[in-house]
Design a protein around this ligand. Structure first.
Ligand SMILES: NC(=O)c1ccc[n+]([C@@H]2O[C@H](COP(=O)([O-])OP(=O)(O)OC[C@H]3O[C@@H](n4cnc5c(N)ncnc54)[C@H](O)[C@@H]3O)[C@@H](O)[C@H]2O)c1
Length: 441
């Protein structure tokens, strides 16, 4: 099948490469010329395990091309898929301007029947507006007769950054929302070669499935963080509580890891967009407002813990390990690591930061005075305290004896409980995690 993918970000590129590796012919389009020229040279412009190798393979097979010129590739398309960003506006709604502009652009260049697919995460009702935007483009281009031949399908994406390529090949489910059964089947056959249950549904249900999934995962995280805060007060260990709760098959073990809260490009904006959608429809989604509030408060509680314990940070060298919003990505959107680093910097800390992948992205968002070090140990050298904000596996491999020698103070504040099982207090550190009660502090 011939697929045109619009947007070559984490989702567009990963799924574009994925569909090419299933044997489809894929043309990826982006307005960012620099990204496209890098991709043309076979270079993935972000860090996502597996994508670089897979790109080289499909490029060699001639299954994928990259361009900024939509018109040059839309001619033979069976499917045009929109995977542009839908970031939050200042008031928390999804910003759909990139999506509508891309959709209108598609309409202006279309000259044949095609299925339009929305892969971006969008509020309920958006797919119908996308279809209207494509039709508007067609009318403006003088091809009104084509408007009845264009169908829209909602195909929400559930991949996780860090395991995105693996997730593409092993999805839990494929959700296809459409009015038109043939269009839905066309999109289903694009996935030939993948084994996963397909949920065929309406446009509105597909749109809501995506938001409901992310909101429920975020709710689990905020819930376990509330339990963690309580655990600290009653001397319980939230890791054991989460294990005991998660073994209940009705609940499951996932997303019950206490810490400094969720971040990333999806949960914050999607939870907020769902709450906004409720408001716009006259329904106050009370649970979600609290999930958001608990998540924001979790960062404040963690930050206060640092300030209270150290008695302030002004002029003191503090090391931060981890800036990406989670391991195995260089994505820092809504990252707790960046947020805490910014707060420390604003409080006058002499900050040294290290992340295995996210340094380049972070340079633009942290103050010039921050020391970006070449290794984790370089950041820790001379520090009074170490703050751990992303659970990169390599952080567990450091020599804690050496760490203890090179640090001036012995405080470790672990926002991910990454070292909670390592008895660091016995190694002389003043170790604090999240929700560990009296057990590991
Ligand atoms: N990142 C994730 O983990 C994830 C997971 C599931 C769903 N999603 C959703 O997928 C969508 C894309 O997310 P992302 O993280 O890949 O975003 P991203 O910001 O990494 O990439 C978006 C890309 O779209 C391009 N673009 C914008 N307007 C364009 C246009 N008119 N024509 C062509 N290209 C255009 C941008 O230049 C950019 O390269 C969002 O709606 C997001 O919510 C993301």
């Amino acid at each position: 099948m011939n697929l045109v993918m619009i947007g070559t970000g984490y989702v567009g590129l990963t799924t574009g490469v994925g569909f090419a590796s299933l044997g489809n012919n894929v043309a990826c389009v982006d307005t960012n010329a620099e990204k496209i020229s890098q991709l043309d040279l076979g270079k993935v412009p972000f860090f996502e395990p597996g994508v670089q190798d897979a790109l080289s393979r499909v490029q060699e097979q001639g299954k994928i091309v990259f361009t900024t010129d939509l018109e040059s590739v839309i001619g033979g398309a069976d499917i045009v898929m929109l995977a542009v960003g839908t970031p939050s506006t200042r008031t928390g709604e999804a910003n759909l301007s990139y999506l509508f502009s891309a959709a209108e652009g598609v309409g202006k260049h279309l000259d044949h029947e095609v299925v339009i697919v929305t892969k971006s995460t969008v509020p309920v009702g958006t797919n119908r507006q996308v279809l209207a935007a494509v039709k508007k483009g067609l009318i403006e281009a003088g091809r009104e007769e084509l408007t009845s031949l264009i169908n829209i399908v909602s195909l929400p994406e559930f991949l996780r950054e860090g395991t995105a390529f693996e997730d593409f090949h092993n999805p839990d489910r494929i959700v296809i929302g459409a009015d038109d059964e043939i269009a839905a089947q066309t999109v289903a056959s694009l996935h030939d070669g993948l084994e996963a249950p397909i949920v065929m549904t309406s446009l509105e249900s597909a749109e809501l499935i995506k938001y409901a999934s992310n909101a429920l995962l975020a709710t689990k995280i905020s819930f376990i963080n509330e339990i963690a805060n309580l655990a600290e007060r009653v001397g319980a260990d939230v890791r054991d509580v989460a294990k005991g709760v998660g073994l209940d098959r009705r609940i499951g073990p996932h997303f019950l890891k206490a810490g400094v809260g969720y971040g990333g490009s999806c949960f914050p904006k999607d939870v907020s967009a769902l709450a906004q959608l409720g408001g716009a429809k006259g329904y106050s989604f009370k649970l979600l407002s609290t999930v958001i509030e608990v998540n924001n408060r979790q960062r404040e509680i963690f930050f206060k813990k640092i300030i209270d314990e150290l008695g302030g940070v002004k002029g003191r060298r503090i090391a931060v390990w981890g800036l990406a919003f989670k391991p195995d990505t260089d994505d820092i959107r809504e990252s707790a690591g960046v947020d805490i680093a910014q707060r420390l910097s604003a409080y006058g800390a002499d900050l040294a930061v290290y992340d295995p992948q996210a340094m380049d992205n972070t340079r633009h968002v942290l103050s010039d005075h921050v020391d970006f070090t070449a290794t984790a140990m370089d950041a820790a050298r001379g520090a009074e305290a170490l703050i751990v904000l992303t659970e990169w596996p390599e952080f567990r491999d450091v020599s804690f004896a050496t760490l203890s020698e090179i640090m001036v103070g012995q405080h470790i504040f672990d926002g991910r409980n990454h070292f909670a099982d390592m008895d660091l207090h016995k190694k002389g550190f003043k170790y604090q995690g999240v929700g560990l009660g009296n057990c590991a502090s």
